[in-house]
Write a new protein. Sequence first.
Lengths: 351, 507
Amino acid sequence: MCGIVGIINTDRIKIDGSYIREAIRIQNERGNGLGGGFAAYGIYPGHKDNYAVHIMYQGGKHSEIIKTVEAFLELRTKVHHSDEIPIFPTSTIPSGPYFKRYFVNPLKEQIPVGQSEDDAMVDIVMAINTMGDAYVISSGKDMGVFKGVGFPEDIADFFRIQDYKGYMWIAHNRFPTNTPGWWGGAHPFTILDKAVVHNGEITSYGTNKRWLEMFGYFCMLQTDTEVLSYIFDKLTRKDGLSVEDACFVMAPSLWEDIEYEKAEKKKLLRQLYGQVIVNGPFGIVLTHSGGAIVLNDRNKLRPVVCARVGSTYYASSEECSIRLLSPKVDALWSPRGGEAVIVDLAKEEVQ
Amino acid sequence: MSMKNNWKTIPPFHPEIDYARCDYKNGCTICAHECSWGEISLKPEKLDNGTMVYKPGANLTSCGSCQRCVKMCPYSAIHIVNSPMYTSHGYWTPDYVGNIVKQASSEGGVLMVGNGATGPQRRYFDHIMFDACQVTNPSIDPLREPMEIRTYLGRRPSKWDGEQYPLLKLEVPIMFGAMSFGALNLRVHEAEAKATSEVGTYWNTGEGGFHISLRESYGANTIVQVASGRFGVSEDYLKSAAAVEIKIGQGAKPGIGGHLPGEKVSREISETRMVPEGSDALSPAPHHDIYSIEDLRQLIYAIKETIEYKVPISVKIAAVHNVAAIASGIARAGADIIAIDGFRGGTGATPLQIRQNSGIPIELAIAAADERLRQEGIRNQVSLVASGGIQCSSDVLKAICLGADAVYVATPVLIALGCGMCQRCFTGKCAYGITTNKPGLAERIDVDEAAWALKNLLHAWAEEIEELMGSMGINAIEAMRGNRDRLRGVGLNEEELRILGIKHAGA
């Protein structure tokens, strides 16, 4: 199972984390206390041009790896600021790993010719993730992820997410099945500014993972969801696909329909990106600094409900989360399997 | 020549006729006519009422257990039995003893056989198990939900460029492997062409040319081969097909060429192969214009220029020790498809020692090649076709999970047409009319019936593949390719698991 919630305000009006805490808490039926997490956008306005790198050190505050990671960051980036991520142990989560955040920019002279700052940042994230015992939890600008093992409201209290204000929030309530419940394995999963929460199981994980490896993305977090943020990053940022095309690639139409529509571009996309098809049941909310996407598997084997209230858009596994925050809605609908709901903050439009 | 040492070879099989069931007294002599090997002869017998009839009997000279007489006897009066054991030695088995007797009694000679290797090497497919959905995700019923097994083969770019590359479209991820005109007769070629064009996949002509009568109707589903003998190769030939395959080697005889004896080179074969009638058609062991990878690149581009870059080029190699590095070189030399043929692959004729002792299993070869191409970031530049020992639909899907895009099957084609695996394809006496051009034998193949059988086979395997995919919760075959996560090994050691890239069961 698993539960997901997303709240997006297209006017970029910020709300604090207490709202999404309630929205995901009410779905505890969909989780089992082995994972909860949040991603928030717009929380670091003072550092909005720096990559906010949240790192989890499994070995704790005195872990040897911290020195290695920090030396590496000093070598490859300009660290504008760093501090511990504040935590507030509770009776339900008395302790956890050690979290730090670093506001950085890759050093220009270190970026290989032909690569962008984003490319360099992806390399840095992959390098840290493969060092062992240090895991980059998020690495986007003006956004951050807070996640761990516990029910989501306990994780929210552990990080006091009500102290952060963002215009876009996503949350996850985990019921792990195929992979272990550990702090790094909780959702959201991220790369740069892309974060994803996922309800389902990716049966194509092996294929997707090995395709990503060819392009320098390494899956180290033992959870299938990880591939989704990497696929989206590769497709939109590196290959220049539109968000719509990227969604099509992940959940394409049947060959039969492509042929019936005589959709030449769709045929080419599917021929090229066959190994990027995400198979198995899934409902996801994927956010990036430009907006959000809600996507279901082709067979619609997981629930997702969307709603609009003024300039706020909601997506949730259960309608109750939406009704809890806003008993009256302007629109409410269930997207069909394989049919993406795309919220574009720049154009203020929704498809 | 002294006859002293010319020991009689003891055939390992012979037919036994149950005369209580046999209808020879009413004039039936079907078995004797069906046997093309001269094993069953007819002896005149006078019945009590004075009628002369012919009684079939085994000659005990030349039975190879092709089972033709058994299958054709309307009275089920025949079965084939093993000859009694003629060696009591546990190490000196009849195979080894028999071969030595044969070689000692001829003035030198390489032992020839047909079909694939028979040795005891491990069949890795049997040690690989599929995953299945339980609880956490639903399996998919292919009878109720759409299930897609269409596959495209050919080169693709590493990122989106909006271009259409020349690709082969396979409605089932199974093609018919190369078997030449000459080794097979025209009827079998036509049946293969008909079946694949109706199902939506491809067949491969092998190295003996593409008969002019089939080109227009079936060219779109045909892969033509360019082998070291260059038989039948012309501009028209290259342009007549959906893809061109350069054959470097084949699993049943890595490192050696082919030999079609002059007596099999009839007028039609001579015209299609473009060699004189009645002359031996020899393909040299290497291509004499390819002594290195850069030469292969030149041939690939010479062909691409000829066909104006309209269709993909495949390069077929035998699975050998260094297959991964060779595959990488072929991809970089410009091939769009690489076909890798494991040591179990069949053939019409190969020296016994090569067949039994050269090459490596396809499971390991395809896994190693796929992994290497991915490490080098060039897997998208080529499609991989696995062949050589694919025996059933689960083998097909396992090969795809290990890294293949599709497979070639050829021995299953022969079996679907009747073949009893007697391994004497090179003799030209095939009792089923498959590997022979002899009038009277070749006519035993009815093109429509044979095409029907081949279509049945493709449909059956396709449905089984869909069942397997559905049980794993996957509805697009693209999501199976290289998906080693859904495989587990049983009874394999660490090195084998490492090469296959799979975990052991339980892990």
